[in-house]
Design a protein around this ligand. Structure first.
Ligand SMILES: [Zn+2]
Length: 69
C-alpha cells in the first residue's frame, strides 16, 4: 500500500516553499515545534521571515517565480 503512495507522489509535480517576502526558496522547516504539538514553523534563511504557512510553487515554476523579484 505504501509503495503505491510513493508511486503516485512521483507522478505529481513537486512543490517547494517560497518566502513571500524575498522570494527565496531557502526555507528551513523547524520540526522542533512539531514535536511540541504546534504547527510546524518554517523560517526563511534569507530574510529571517517566520510563519507556519509559506506559499508553495511547483519546482518547474520556481525560476519564473524568482524572476519576478
Ligand atoms: Zn525571505
Amino acid at each position: 500500500m505504501e509503495q503505491d503512495k510513493d508511486r503516485d507522489k512521483d507522478k505529481q509535480e513537486k512543490y517547494v516553499k517560497v518566502c513571500p517576502k524575498c522570494n527565496s526558496i531557502d526555507i528551513n522547516i523547524d520540526l522542533k515545534m512539531a514535536w511540541l504539538g504546534e504547527a510546524s514553523t518554517s523560517k526563511c534563511n534569507e530574510c529571517g521571515y517566520t510563519n507556519t504557512f509559506f506559499p508553495e510553487v511547483e519546482v518547474s515554476r520556481v525560476k519564473d517565480f524568482m524572476k519576478k523579484k
